[in-house]
Design a protein around this ligand. Structure first.
Ligand SMILES: CC(C)(COP(=O)(O)OP(=O)(O)OC[C@H]1O[C@@H](n2cnc3c(N)ncnc32)[C@H](O)[C@@H]1OP(=O)(O)O)[C@@H](O)C(=O)NCCC(=O)NCCS
Length: 153
């Protein structure tokens, strides 16, 4: 498995958009075309925003993004680890963990001292085991959001 910038695999954007839409479309209210456009804009390297993809041979198996903003409830916090996703057939093999670690190491290279993410209760253990701390719980549009932070330095 290797992790590379989406910029080097832009033909895969429709797959990322489909994953994003299926997992978060009901919340973001964006359609597939809008999501594809967003991925076009984050197909950059060594900066915020950027998106990474996990690959096994030539198959894309996961994704994660570093974004300036990813939480309407907390517009002053920045930057964010966003849209972490591993294909269902490839979960529980350490790919999610590798994507989180890649995002953290990239953030460190960019001199970012704290990274944030928003998640739900079901993923709390996953992130806590990777060293993320609970930052706050908040309510946005009647749903509870958990915000976590990782202090890089
Ligand atoms: C959350 C998500 C990214 C995790 O991806 P993953 O690749 O399965 O994660 P990992 O394999 O690195 O770790 C997940 C679990 O598998 C375990 N694991 C890791 N390697 C393993 C292996 N070789 N064999 C068995 N289990 C393993 C980890 O210990 C971890 O355990 P936990 O479930 O008790 O926390 C994935 O479930 C996903 O895409 N979910 C839907 C989208 C989502 O919720 N994203 C997060 C938004 S904040």
């Amino acid at each position: 498995m290797k992790i590379d910038y989406l910029k080097n695999h832009k033909n895969m954007i429709p797959i990322l958009a489909k994953w994003n839409y299926s997992e978060w479309g009901h919340k973001t209210k964006l359609d597939l075309q809008d999501i594809e456009k967003k991925y076009e804009q984050t197909a950059l390297t060594k900066q915020i925003p950027s998106t990474f993809v996990a690959l096994i041979n030539r198959t894309i198996v996961g994704m994660a993004s570093l974004l300036a903003h990813d939480c309407k409830a907390e517009p002053t916090l920045t930057p964010w680890l966003a849209a972490l996703y591993v294909d269902k057939d490839y979960r529980k093999q350490g790919i999610g963990k590798a994507l989180v670690q890649k995002a953290l190491s990239e953030a460190k290279k960019l001199n970012i001292s704290i990274l944030y993410l928003q998640t739900e209760e079901k993923n709390l253990n996953f992130y806590q085991e990777l060293g993320w701390k609970m930052y706050k719980k908040t309510i946005w549009q009647k749903e509870e959001i958990i915000i976590m932070s990782f202090t890089i330095f």
